[in-house]
Design a protein around this ligand. Structure first.
Ligand SMILES: Cc1ncc(COP(=O)(O)O)c(C=O)c1O
Length: 420
């Protein structure tokens, strides 16, 4: 159907949307008159599924009822609880269950993965990141370089946009690898860039990196639950992502970790150890020498927080009802409609910096509003349009196919137009 710039058309798109019912599975924040907020920050903190409270309550009840026996007696026994998450989480990122585990938080997981996969030598030690990588990733790799005795100024290689541009070109990464590949040990790339929303061809990056004997890792904070990264097939060595954005699992919730099957039984890799990556068959014998588990579980250290995992289970159960293919199909339409409406605005003050090719983006559009300052964001917030502001002049908006509707998008643009 051709897009039209009218409320009636937006309503029609909602009526025809096979996933429209999913919105009812979420708590949508409301204004004082009971109207739904126009919430576009699922790229920062996803909304709460209605199931979450029930799933957390179940664990609280079982804790009250069984105490420590809940590890075995709870309706969902706590001992293997993380295993209940592996299958759906693996499907969401296109991996095998063996390759995925939920544990810790994102930056912590990146460090644990670098303990194993960043093995610099005197001559091959550099790390490539995007020049506008999320600050936590930049700090993490800088501190890894310093930890191994290298000067981060020399060891950090930035994949930069060309003069006057915002997006990155794959050919420029190729040039970096041609020129410095022999000195590069690791590429750590945000699968979907947090600022521009650019979605990279992860498989191509893995091929390019591997051709130069580099390890390739991806940060999927903005990818998991948004696009299908097909991690196994992509061949990347490792990945990590948080679950509080598109995976709707609550503020500061646990993170996901992927280690490719080819490394599942690598006992030669250095890694930190705790009782939770020791063989679960003999874990409670307590006196065994360390015997590392295979697969991603072999990177765990501690017994996991069940209440946070209960929230992840609730969210994954909503994902399992639809699957990533259907979500992505809606996402392409929803973000496409958003883009269409922005392009209809008759003002050269506004420019979308996210790629216009839908295959090179997820649901987020980063909209540059020239000569604007943060007061624009403030005004939108006062109208209950919740977006995310990035200095100096970019509004990041993520219409999330799970709970945003076409009417949300239409109304948001009408309000934005009023401030231009
Ligand atoms: C791309 C990216 N990397 C890393 C982080 C840091 O995550 P955490 O605080 O869970 O370690 C974030 C947080 O938003 C992020 O967006």
């Amino acid at each position: 159907m051709t897009n039209q710039n009218s409320l009636d058309h937006a309503k029609k798109l909602d009526q025809e949307d096979p996933l429209a019912h999913l919105r009812n599975e979420f708590h949508i924040p409301k204004d004082k008159d009971g109207n739904d907020w126009l919430y576009f920050t699922g790229n920062s903190l996803g909304l709460q599924p209605k199931l979450t409270q029930k799933y957390i309550q179940q664990e609280l009840d079982d804790w009250a009822k069984y105490g420590v026996e809940g590890h075995f007696e709870a309706q969902n026994p706590w001992m293997p609880y993380h295993e209940f998450l592996a299958e759906t989480m693996a499907e969401i990122v296109g991996a095998k269950p063996l390759e995925v585990v939920v544990m810790n938080t994102l930056t912590t997981n990146l460090h644990l993965l670098m303990v194993s996969f960043y093995q610099p030598t005197k001559t091959k030690y550099k790390i490539v990141i995007e020049s506008d990588a999320f600050p936590s990733d930049r700090y993490a790799v800088q501190s890894q370089l310093a930890f191994h005795g290298f000067d981060p100024k020399d060891g950090l290689v930035e994949w930069k946009p060309r003069e006057g541009e915002e997006l990155l070109h794959m050919e420029d990464l190729e040039t970096i690898l041609e020129e410095q590949g022999d000195e590069i040990a690791l590429l750590l790339i945000g699968g979907v860039n947090y600022y521009t929303g650019q979605y990279f061809d992860i498989k191509r990056i893995a091929e390019l990196g591997h051709a130069k004997d580099c390890i390739v890792g991806v940060d999927l904070a903005h990818g998991a639950g948004n696009i299908q990264p097909n991690l196994h097939e992509s061949g990347v060595d490792f990945a990590a992502w948080c679950t509080y954005k598109y995976l709707n699992s609550g503020p500061g919730s646990l993170a996901g970790l992927f280690v490719h099957e080819k490394h599942a039984n690598r006992r030669d890799l250095p890694r930190f150890a705790g009782w939770w990556n020791h063989n679960k068959e003999t874990r409670f014998n307590m006196r065994q020498p360390f015997d590392v588990m295979e697969g991603a579980e072999g990177w765990q250290l501690s017994n996991p927080p069940i209440l946070s995992m209960a929230a992840i289970r609730a969210s994954l159960d909503v994902f399992a009802k639809v699957g990533m293919d259907a979500l992505r199909e809606k996402s392409l339409k929803l973000t496409g409609y958003f883009e269409y409406l922005i392009n209809q605005i008759d003002s050269d003050q506004i420019k979308i910096i996210t790629p216009s090719n839908p295959k090179e983006r997820g649901c987020q559009l980063s909209v540059q509003v020239k000569n604007a300052d943060k007061s624009l964001h403030q005004k939108l917030t006062e109208q209950n349009v919740i977006t995310d502001w990035r200095e100096p002049d970019v509004i990041r908006c993520a219409p999330v196919p799970m709970y945003n509707c076409f009417v949300d998008v239409y109304k948001m643009i009408e309000i934005l137009k009023g401030y231009l």
